[in-house]
Design a protein around this ligand. Structure first.
Ligand SMILES: NC(=O)c1ccc[n+]([C@@H]2O[C@H](COP(=O)([O-])OP(=O)(O)OC[C@H]3O[C@@H](n4cnc5c(N)ncnc54)[C@H](O)[C@@H]3O)[C@@H](O)[C@H]2O)c1
Ligand SMILES: [Zn+2]
Length: 386
């Protein structure tokens, strides 16, 4: 088992990330359960049948839980209200420990519910997707989507602990696993060339559990060192983790308007390749480094150009008939084009004073925040991924 400890000066508390196998059923060894009178698990209906019984084995008999529907659509104010109500119905007091068991949607929303209920009760994260294990569960951002904008309402609240049980990855669909691996490769590019070489030496699915443990611990350690320096995004240092995300988020949100959306890691894989090329255009990165980055994503079976069907895609709309909701294709064409991409990037919430802001690599293992290429340079690069 590996452990990583974080400490923050702002709120004078720290916590530990535990990484290993079969930790779920032995939670008492990692979290001081005696400090709490109530335990409330927040999970989703995919994850509950897989892992809830194992987790309940190690918790007191009075533990309550709620399983919400899976998916990003649930990261909403409506679901959040259900969570608050469920906490009230379960008579949760200030001595409650909320346990978030699931992917990033559960971690973000469960963390937000806990950080606002009774002005904040303690919570821990038990992330069950690779993306949530190496990224979402570490760093203390809790949030929901509101008004059609992603991740715009939330708090900075650190969990009391993070338990990463590697056995949960066995049931994760391959596509979700590879999507999470894109963030792992990102950590190598932005901060550690030796780590980059290690994680790209073979196909992500070929790593043994022991190697994966080391890789996940490595990603958590890199994220820790970045967020500890800038817990609440004040100095800007935390923007380092945004590499690939300026273009990647635009691709992701446009793809979500179609019937064949990309996963987050797939969109940022294309974004990281495009932004590496942009760094080269700005004279920051060598041609060789760009091609090493491209090869890393290709070898991990991640996309590096926008799939053709997304460029021609039509819109998708949810309609309700009786008690069922169905997604239907409809015109007009909603495909990803240069114009729609640039438009999304112009309105990115990370921009300052209307200028599109990038974090760009300057070598493998190093990156610079606050880079502002011209729109002409950006446009030329976007042409290479379409
Ligand atoms: N707070 C942060 O700093 C931060 C960072 C990165 C991402 N995020 C957020 O995380 C979310 C994405 O997280 P995600 O990719 O984990 O998505 P997710 O939570 O939607 O999980 C993906 C799917 O996998 C299922 N699942 C989860 N664990 C499983 C397992 N072990 N076996 C089988 N199926 C499993 C889920 O039910 C879901 O259908 C986004 O909302 C994103 O904004 C937040
Ligand atoms: Zn990301």
């Amino acid at each position: 088992m590996k452990t990583i400890s974080l400490s923050f000066t702002t709120k004078k508390h720290g916590y530990t990330i535990f990484i290993g196998e079969h930790l779920l059923e032995n939670i008492v060894e990692y979290i001081p359960l005696d400090n709490y009178s109530n335990f409330f698990i927040i999970t989703d209906t995919n994850v509950a049948p897989l892992f809830l019984p194992r987790l309940l084995q190690g918790l007191p008999k009075n533990t309550k839980h709620i399983a919400i529907a899976p998916g990003e659509k649930e990261k909403s104010i409506t679901t959040l209200q259900h969570l608050w109500q469920a906490l009230i119905d379960a008579k949760c007091d200030r001595k409650t420990l909320v346990i978030n068991l699931g992917g990033g949607v559960i971690g973000d929303m469960g963390g937000f519910a806990a950080s606002t209920y009774l002005r904040g009760v303690d919570f821990i994260n038990i992330p069950t997707t690779l993306l949530a294990q190496v990224d979402e569960s570490v760093g203390g951002k809790t949030m929901i989507n509101f008004g059609g904008i992603k991740n715009n309402i939330g708090t900075f609240t650190q969990p009391r602990g993070v338990i990463i049980d590697l056995t949960t990855l066995k049931t994760l669909p391959k596509r979700e696993f590879l999507s999470g691996f894109a963030e792992i490769i990102k950590y190598g590019i932005i901060s550690d060339v030796i780590y980059f070489k290690y994680v790209t030496k073979k196909h992500p699915l070929k790593f043994t559990t022991r190697e994966l443990e080391k890789i996940i611990a490595g990603s958590c350690a890199i994220k820790k060192s970045i967020v500890q320096e800038d817990e609440q995004e004040i100095t800007g240092h935390r923007k380092l983790v945004n590499y690939g995300h300026t273009i990647g988020h635009a691709i992701e949100s446009l793809s979500l308007e179609t019937s064949t959306p990309l996963l987050h890691g797939e969109a940022i894989s294309i974004g990281m390749v495009a932004e590496a090329r942009l760094a080269e255009k700005c004279g920051l990165l060598s041609k060789e480094a760009v091609s090493t980055i491209e090869q890393a994503f290709v070898m991990a079976d991640l996309p590096i150009t926008i799939p053709k069907q997304l460029q021609l895609a039509r819109g998708v709309k949810s309609i309700s008939i009786g008690r069922t909701t169905t997604d239907i294709d409809y015109s007009p064409v909603k495909g990803i084009t240069i114009e729609t991409l640039l438009d999304k990037m112009r309105y990115d919430k990370k921009n300052e004073k209307g200028i599109i802001n990038f974090t760009l690599p300057t070598d493998i293992g190093k990156a610079e925040i606050n880079q502002q290429p011209t729109e002409k340079e950006i446009l030329e690069i976007l042409l290479t991924i379409l």
